[in-house]
Design a protein around this ligand. Structure first.
Ligand code: GDP
Ligand code: MG
Length: 437
């Protein structure tokens, strides 16, 4: 995947104490190849590496003390910029605010409609109404009703009405009359872009004049996603993109290209099938994730709901004093487990997505990690550096794992600690604030 490829690319730089022009060129070639492999459009990938190269030259990367790190930063900043820079909000100014979902069948419109309703209800204190305008499959209406039932949100349907424009208009009237301040209209999709579907959704769009027209796209469809986005944008001039199925280690190629091609912000991401698996899209976090750093900030943000302030403050101090140990790691894992679906979360942990990519991820994905930590002495947990070969062997035996697994965990832990330390420096002010600092 893209992260692995970029790791390899940066390895070229990290491995050399000194870098040369040749190293930079080699690395950028690898970066470009990695982007192409992740379905990023050729021209975009080429322009991207050209820009990074120019900046690297401009900043005299070769003469700095840590050229590898600076290159990583340049690539990260450029990726962030490419995906839109700042996070784009959602416009909730209407009364009611009307939100129209568009996209192909199976892209995740119905699921996302439910997630967004739940998000607006629980996080933004709104009273949303869901509207079933997918009139072609009775099962589709039922699906939205099930979703509405799960989250306690009313679903507007019209049994037997075959006119989505009428249904949508009536739903808005119903919302006005009954105090709903957000109307989320779920529509029908097709398996591919076709004229009938486009005309239908364009008619609904014209009739209800939504504040937000959102294009929902499955992030696993790669380059195709970009073509579909273009087709929908040409007809609807939509306001934002929703990237679904960005679970675990899904590559980020679509995210990178869509923004540059349609010039519309990505507003939310879907990271699982559950109603809670929705996150605001932050370009910088996505860039970090693509670069294999794991989306620590998102993870912390989600964890925050379960975290008590005391614990957060305690952790923050430990990180600052370089005292973050395996006991803290263990308590973090337990927090993470409390938060629900492992599949959604495991990809956000630095290194874990990669470490576990060959493993069938189940809710006990952390079983080995926990066993290994439990087999360490308290001293080893707080100072992992004392783990020499002999101790590692004992830990592996005690936990029923292999010495490789122990080493892997140590390495992961080391990366994570370094990163937490780094975030404390400058870029991670958010993290610290969210952790109670
Ligand atoms: P629609 O045809 O556009 O309405 O798509 P649906 O909402 O019915 O979703 C199609 C399938 O994708 C369903 O099985 C959903 O559970 C699944 N799905 C939707 N969003 C996500 C997501 O973010 N992650 C995962 N893993 N599955 C999703
Ligand atoms: Mg649907």
């Amino acid at each position: 995947n893209l992260s692995d490829k970029l790791d390899k690319a940066f390895h070229v730089l990290k491995g050399h104490g000194k870098i040369t022009d040749v190293n930079v060129a080699d690395t950028l070639k690898e970066v470009r190849r990695a982007l192409l492999d992740a379905d990023v459009n050729f021209k975009i990938a080429k322009d991207f590496t050209t820009r990074v190269r120019d900046k690297a030259i401009g900043q005299n990367v070769l003469t700095t003390l840590q050229p590898g790190q600076l290159m990583v930063k340049l690539v990260k900043d450029e990726l962030t910029e490419l995906m839109g820079g700042d996070a784009a909000g959602i416009n909730l100014s209407g009364n009611p605010t009307v939100i129209l979902m568009s996209g192909l069948q199976g892209s995740g419109k119905t699921t996302f409609s439910g997630k967004l309703a739940n998000y607006l209800k629980t996080k933004k204190n709104k009273k949303p109404l869901l509207v079933a305008c997918d009139i072609y499959r009775p099962a589709a209406i039922n699906q939205l009703q099930v979703v509405g039932g799960q989250i306690g949100v009313e679903v507007y349907t019209e049994e037997g009405n075959r006119n989505p424009v009428e249904i949508a208009q009536n739903a808005v009237k119903h919302a006005k009359a009954n105090g709903f301040n957000v109307v989320i209209v779920d529509t029908a999709g097709r398996l591919a872009v076709d004229e009938e579907m486009m005309t239908e959704i364009a008619n609904v769009h014209k009739a209800i004049e939504p504040q937000e027209t959102l294009f929902v796209v499955d992030s696993m469809t790669g380059q195709d996603a970009v073509n579909t986005a273009k087709a929908f944008n040409d007809r609807l001039n939509f306001d934002g993109v929703i990237l679904t199925k960005l679970d675990g280690d899904t590559r980020g190629g679509a995210a990178i290209t869509i923004k540059s091609v349609v010039n519309k912000p990505i507003k939310f991401i879907g990271t699982g099938e559950k109603m809670e698996a929705i996150d605001v899209f932050y370009p910088v976090r996505m860039a970090e994730r693509i670069l294999g750093m794991g989306d620590v900030v998102s993870l912390v943000e989600r964890a925050q709901e379960q975290y008590d302030e005391e614990e957060a403050r305690r952790l923050q101090k430990k990180i600052a004093k370089n005292e973050f140990g395996f006991d803290d790691f263990l308590s973090q894992i337990q927090q993470v487990k409390k938060m629900g679906n492992m599949k959604d979360l495991v990809g956000m942990i630095p290194g874990a997505g990669k470490a576990l990519k060959d493993v069938e991820i189940e809710d006990d994905a952390f079983k080995h990690i926990e066993a290994i930590i439990h087999s360490m002495t308290p001293g080893e947990r707080s100072k992992p550096a004392v783990l020499d070969a002999k101790r590692k062997m004992r830990v592996a035996k005690g936990s029923g794992t292999s010495i490789q697994q122990v080493n892997q965990l140590l390495k992961q832990f080391d990366q994570m600690s370094k990163m937490m330390k780094m975030m404390q420096g400058g870029g991670g002010k958010n993290l610290m604030r969210m952790m109670g600092g």
